[in-house]
Ligand binder design. Sequence first.
Ligand code: V1P
Ligand code: CA
Ligand code: ZN
Length: 397
Amino acid sequence: ANGIQRPKGYKVSWHYNPDVEKYHFGQNHPMKPWRLTLTKSLILSYGMHTAMDAYVPRAATKEEIAEFHKDEYVDFLSIATPQNIYEMYPELATGPQGYSSAIFGVGEDCPIFDGLFAFCSTYTGASIDAARKLCNKQSDIAINWSGGLHHAKKAEASGFCYVNDIVLAILQLLRHHPRVLYIDIDVHHGDGVEQAFWSTDRVMCVSFHKYDRDQFFPGTGPLDSTGPLHPDNPGKNYTINVPLNDGIDDEGYAYLFQNVIEPTIKIYNPSAIVLQCGADSLGHDRLGCFNLNIRGHGSCVSFVKSFGIPLLVVGGGGYTPRNVARAWAHETSILIGADKTLDPVLPDFLPHREAFRREGFTLFPNLSGWRREDGNTKAHIERIIRHVRDQLSYIRG
Ligand code: V1P
Ligand code: CA
Ligand code: ZN
């Protein structure tokens, strides 16, 4: 490819260490690092890397990870292997899935696999590097598609996430930025990030997600969960949750997204934004239940970008790898201002091109009109918008 020109007036950086592709969660596990290989192939085949500063960041150190995570948990992650885990914790062997989740959250969702700590420190190193480039103003927009693991807690792995690269990146941003807005469009609730910044007004967390307390992971994030209740706690009202039902479509999602995010940015006035772009909110996702198309998902990225505030973009979930790659390649094109000129027909010299055969070799297959009806009525969407406006009225001034 000849490549795409750099955007005028702002700088974009792409932070990616291909070492993350080497690790595997296990045979039947839905999290496939292969989706990152496909994303990279699309970005390179379209020539989008020529429009960005491309960095291959080093892995995060144990000390950097311990800026958020508990030392004992970091030590555990750094020494646990599939071979020694039962020796270290014989009680794990008696659990229902081979080992119980009592020890630091490991289990079926978060298995101990070969190279686990190298995997975690690699994706985390990229998010920290991206945040540092924003802090020293070498970038206006910094991208890490291998990050976005929003469920990890201080001393617990959860929902395929072991180290919370988002929290660590936000802690970097807070060294230079007074207020950071975190926006999460993964189909799951961004509970780990929310919990980390629950009691501060320096980070505002907004998550859009499928919500069903009993039937959908992680079961948290109802509309009325808006921060600590105590009036003296600075975090009160600085969390926004947008709980959704199955089957939301592009039009409903974009309308809701814009009507939540615009007043939030105007009132909160963040100096940096972190956008988690989990692609499991697309139609046809193996774990998700929404009906979004690549363009609908991407319209959230365009909207956030339009405010011109320093922006860190991370990946997240996404369990139909070819569609994850389509979405993140398209969103890269939006961030470098090339989406209008990108050929929707996939390049014919694209490595792994066969992976895209099922929906045809296009960037924009029809992913809507899937098995689920839209369970989000106009009344439900309007109620959320009213609730958010009402909540924001308490943080004004
Ligand atoms: O539903 C659960 C737990 C396990 N049960 C006892 C309740 N886990 C989910 C976890 C989803 C994690 C999403 C991560 C992200 O937000 C960020 C990267 O996208 C789960 C599901 C499911 N259908 O929700 N785990 C699994 N499926 C699973 C399937 C096969 C093998 C291992 C895990
Ligand atoms: Ca979310
Ligand atoms: Zn998810």
